[in-house]
Design a protein around this ligand. Structure first.
Ligand SMILES: [Zn+2]
Length: 154
C-alpha cells in the first residue's frame, strides 16, 4: 500500500487477568501498556492550520484519549470472570465511604493484548468516522517491554 502513515502513542497503566490461563496470567496483575495507533490518509496541503498534515497529532491524541483514556489506572476483566463481583463489592464499599470508585472495565472478551488492539482500532475508528478519509491502518499494543500484539486493517 502506498500512502502516508501517521502514528500517535498512548501510554497507560492497567490491571487485568486471564481467568482461564494456565500460568501466571490467571492471577490479578498489571502492565505499563503502550498503544501505537497508526492512521493513513491523504496529506492535505490546502491552506489552513493543518496544511501539510494527514491529521494534527493533537486531534489524533484527542480521539485516542476520548476512546480509551478512561482505561488508565483501571482494572480490565472479562464480564464472565468471578472476580468481577468481588471488585464490584469493593467498589460499592468505597462508594459507601464516599471514596472514589475504582475504574473497572468489563469486556465480553478475554483482556489480551490482541483483543485490546482490536478494541482500540474500533473505538478510534468510531471517533474518526466523521472524517471519512482517515483510516486506522494498525494498532500495536505493547504489554510491557517484551510483548506486542498488532491489529492491521490491511
Ligand atoms: Zn498480563
Amino acid at each position: 500500500v502506498r500512502g502516508t502513515l501517521v502514528t500517535r502513542t498512548f501510554n497507560w497503566a492497567m490491571g487485568h487477568r486471564l481467568q482461564h490461563h494456565e500460568g501466571l496470567c490467571r492471577f490479578p496483575h498489571g502492565h505499563s501498556y503502550s498503544a501505537e495507533v497508526t492512521l493513513t490518509g491523504a496529506v492535505d496541503n490546502a491552506p489552513g492550520p493543518s496544511s501539510g498534515m494527514v491529521i494534527d497529532f493533537s486531534a489524533l491524541d484527542e480521539a485516542i484519549a476520548g476512546a480509551v483514556g478512561h482505561w488508565d489506572h483501571a482494572f480490565m476483566l472479562q464480564d464472565s470472570d468471578p472476580l468481577v463481583r468481588h471488585l464490584r463489592a469493593f467498589s460499592d464499599e468505597q462508594d459507601a465511604q464516599r471514596q472514589p470508585r475504582p475504574r473497572l472495565i468489563l469486556t465480553p472478551w478475554a483482556p489480551t493484548a490482541e483483543n485490546i488492539a482490536l478494541e482500540i482500532a474500533q473505538r478510534v475508528s468510531d471517533r474518526l468516522a466523521a472524517r471519512g478519509l482517515l483510516v486506522v491502518a494498525s494498532v500495536r499494543v505493547h504489554e510491557g517491554p517484551k510483548s506486542v500484539a498488532e491489529w492491521r486493517a490491511l
